[in-house]
Design a protein around this ligand. Structure first.
Ligand code: NAD
Length: 328
C-alpha cells in the first residue's frame, strides 16, 4: 500500500538513504531537514522524483512539521531521524544536542499522535550509556556516569529519554517502534572531525595522511553497512505486525553487524582494501566516555522483523572504496 511518509533528518546520512528506499517502494515522502549536517547532495539521485518533497525546517518547530503534513495531504508514517549526531558535538554542543533530541522527538511524537501515524524512533546504542555487558540485548539496562564528569551522554541520555517518551505514547495508543542502529557506514559518510570513523579513515587515505586511532585503538565496534541499517528502519516502519505474528508497538530493535572489530582492525582492513594507497596509523586523541565495546544482540530484529545483516565488513569496505573512486 502506498504510504505518506515523513522522514525527519531526511537529508542526513541514513535519512537520505531511507528516503531513497521508501521512494523505490512507491511511497510518497517528505524529507524534513534543517541542513545542520545533512545536504541536498545526499538526495541528488532522487531530487526530481515526483513523490519527493524536501522541506527545509526544524523538527523542534510545530509549524515545520505541519508543512510536511500539508505537502503530503496527511501522514501515515513518521521516521524520526533528525538529531545532532557526531561524537565531537556531544561535549561541544551538549545543549543543542539535548534540545534536538528531546524537543524534536516530543514535537514529532505529538504530531504523529495527532495525525494518527505510525512512528519509528531512531535511537542509539548510546542510550545504554556505559553498560558494557555485550552483546547488548534490546531490554538491557542503561547506565550513566555523573553528569559532572563529561557531557558525552547529552546524546545517549536524551536518546534514552526519547525512548521513554515513545513508550509512554505507546501506552496511550500510538503505534511506535524503536530502532537502534550500531555504527552504520557507507559511501556518503561525512567523516569529518565530528565523527563517523570509517569516513575519517577513508578521508585520510584519499589525502594520503595517517589515520588517527582514538584511545588505544582496541575499542570495538560493530560496523554495519548502510543498506543493512536502512533495511532495519524500513521493516520497522513497513510491517503491520512482526513476521512472527507479534505486536510491534513498543518494541525496540538493535540493528547491527555481528562482526565486532577493534578500531585498529578496522584501520588495517581499510588499508587492505585500498592496497597501494595504504597509510600509516597513529594513536591518540579521542573523547571522554568513549565506550570500549559495542556488539548488538539482534535476535529480536531477526525473529520479529525478519532482519539480518547481509554485508560483511570486507565487502562493505570494498563497496565504499569503489564508490569513492568513481564518485557518486
Ligand atoms: N549513523 C549511525 O551509525 C547511527 C548510530 C546510532 C544512532 N543513529 C541515529 O540515526 C539518526 C540518523 O543518523 P545519521 O547518521 O544519518 O546522522 P546525520 O547527522 O547524517 O543525520 C541527522 C540529520 O538530522 C538533521 N537535523 C539536525 N538537527 C535538526 C533539526 N533541528 N531539525 C531538522 N533536522 C535536523 C541533520 O541536518 C542531519 O541531516 C540520528 O537520530 C542518529 O542519532 C545513527
Amino acid at each position: 500500500m502506498n504510504q505518506r511518509v515523513v522522514v525527519t533528518g531526511g537529508a542526513g546520512f541514513l535519512g537520505a538513504a531511507l528516503v531513497q528506499r521508501l521512494l523505490a517502494e512507491g511511497h510518497s515522502v517528505v524529507a524534513l531537514d534543517n541542513f545542520w549536517r545533512g545536504s541536498m547532495e545526499n538526495l541528488r539521485s532522487v531530487m526530481d522524483h515526483p513523490h519527493l518533497t524536501v522541506v527545509e525546517g526544524d523538527v523542534t518547530v510545530d509549524d515545520d512539521l505541519d508543512r510536511c503534513a500539508q505537502a503530503l495531504g496527511g501522514v501515515d508514517l513518521v521516521h524520526h531521524l533528525a538529531a545532532i549526531n557526531g561524537t565531537k558535538w556531544f561535549d561541544e554542543a551538549a545543549i543543542d544536542v539535548i534540545d534536538v533530541n528531546i524537543n524534536g522527538t516530543l514535537v514529532a511524537l505529538r504530531k504523529a499522535q495527532a495525525w494518527g501515524a505510525r512512528f519509528v524512533l531512531a535511537s542509539s546504542p548510546e542510550a545504554f550509556g556505559e553498560n558494557e555487558s555485550m552483546p547488548l540485548r534490546n531490554d538491557d539496562e542503561s547506565r550513566f556516569p555523573s553528569a559532572s564528569t563529561h557531557q558525552r551522554f547529552s546524546y545517549g541520555a536524551s536518546k534514552y529519554l526519547d525512548e521513554i517518551a515513545v513508550q509512554h505514547a505507546v501506552r496511550n495508543g500510538l503505534d511506535a517502534r524503536i530502532v537502534r542502529p550500531f555504527n552504520a557506514y557507507g559511501p556518503t559518510m561525512v567523516g569529518d572531525e565530528y565523527g563517523q570513523v570509517v569516513g575519517m579513515f577513508f578521508n585520510a587515505v584519499k589525502e594520503q595522511r595517517a589515520m588517527r586511532l582514538h584511545g588505544d585503538g582496541l575499542q570495538t565496534r560493530s560496523m554495519t553497512y548502510i543498506d543493512d541499517t536502512v533495511e532495519g528502519f524500513y521493516l520497522a516502519g513497513a510491517l503491520e505486525r512482526g513476521v512472527d505474528g507479534t505486536e510491534l508497538a513498543g518494541r525496540s530493535f538493535n540493528i547491527g553487524s555481528h562482526e565486532e572489530v577493534s578500531i585498529r582492525y578496522l584501520a588495517e582492513s581499510i588499508n587492505r582494501t585500498v592496497g597501494t594507497m595504504a597509510v600509516d596509523m597513529v594513536i591518540g586523541g579521542g573523547y571522554p566516555g568513549d565506550s570500549q565495546r559495542r556488539l548488538p544482540d539482534t535476535s529480536a530484529a531477526n525473529i520479529s522483523l525478519g532482519w539480518e545483516p547481509l554485508v560483511s565488513l570486507a565487502d562493505g569496505l570494498a563497496m565504499v572504496w569503489a564508490q569513492l573512486q568513481t564518485g557518486p
